[in-house]
Write a protein of this length. Sequence first.
Length: 179
Amino acid sequence: MNKNQKLFADKMITHAYKAKRMAGDKWLPASIMASQSILESSWGRRIPTGTVDKIISYNCLGIKAVPLRGWIGTNGYVECGTHEEENGIMVFHHKAYFRAYNNFAECFTDYINIVRNSMIEDKKGNVKTRYQKAIDHREYPRLYIKYLKEGGYATDSKYNLKVIAIAEQCGFIPKEKKC
């Protein structure tokens, strides 16, 4: 990890802990939130920015927007390209909407609200919290991100492994011992 990466990692873990404190200390692992922000933003080098208006979104967590449903950030949304995994292949999409914020802190706060409040209908027609299994395992970072991924947070099939690798690299969580 170079000096700029270390500085960015320190900034993101600070934002993650502040957002976690604001939400109540029982919620969501700051280690994983910070690691997700590092992965989603490529160490701060790729924050979604409007392709036409050049607005910087401060969306370090890759949170999508759905403007027609009112799912936007505190500063609206931006339109730009993104990569998504489809059938095991990363595909570039020229047009995607991302929530826009006034700062990184707002992004982390929105992330917590999304994880805690997103609802989904199961096969039996029951409405439940989409990421409940992740929330139930929030004290175990590796399980938390595994279940967040399973809940549909990201399209990358290796998302949870990449987040854990970053968390270990940054020293946010201890490296897992290999047998």
